[in-house]
Design a protein. Structure first.
Length: 133
């Protein structure tokens, strides 16, 4: 058994894959402003807000692994444009958004739980989750 030492602050990075974002979701994730006459306004000095991110995935046994990151900043992705080929039909456009997670003001980075308890799974996304010590 070896020893592990950590120096400095913990940090996590990742990618969130989505089929797309509404204007409202873009404003929330990236700090954009909604225009009164429709659309969104993006400034040169735009800054993404710190958000909390909750998500889940399955492990090899079929249990849910639930995550709650406490301080996440999303980086806006580059604009891409696709030509529509009517013979092929519309292709699925998957959006990848990079994010960086840092410690919150309580020193917490994230909380995770591996569970098959349906009560825990069904209520996970109702509020930001904090561990009980």
């Amino acid at each position: 058994h070896g020893n592990m030492r950590f120096y400095g602050k913990f940090k996590a990075e990742g990618k969130l894959k989505l089929l797309g974002l509404t204007e409202e979701e873009q404003c929330t994730l990236f700090g954009y402003n909604k225009a009164k006459n429709g659309g969104i306004v993006i400034g040169a000095e735009q800054s993404s807000p710190n958000l909390k991110l909750l998500f889940s995935r399955e492990n090899y046994q079929g249990n849910k692994i639930l995550y709650c990151f406490y301080s996440v900043k999303f980086n806006p992705s580059n604009l891409t444009a696709n030509t529509i080929d009517l013979k092929k039909g519309l292709e699925e456009d998957i959006l990848e958004i990079d994010f960086v997670a840092n410690e919150d003001n309580k020193g917490l980075l994230y909380y995770t739980i591996d569970t098959d308890n349906n009560d825990v799974v069904n209520t996970w996304f109702n509020k930001v989750q904090y561990p009980e010590f």
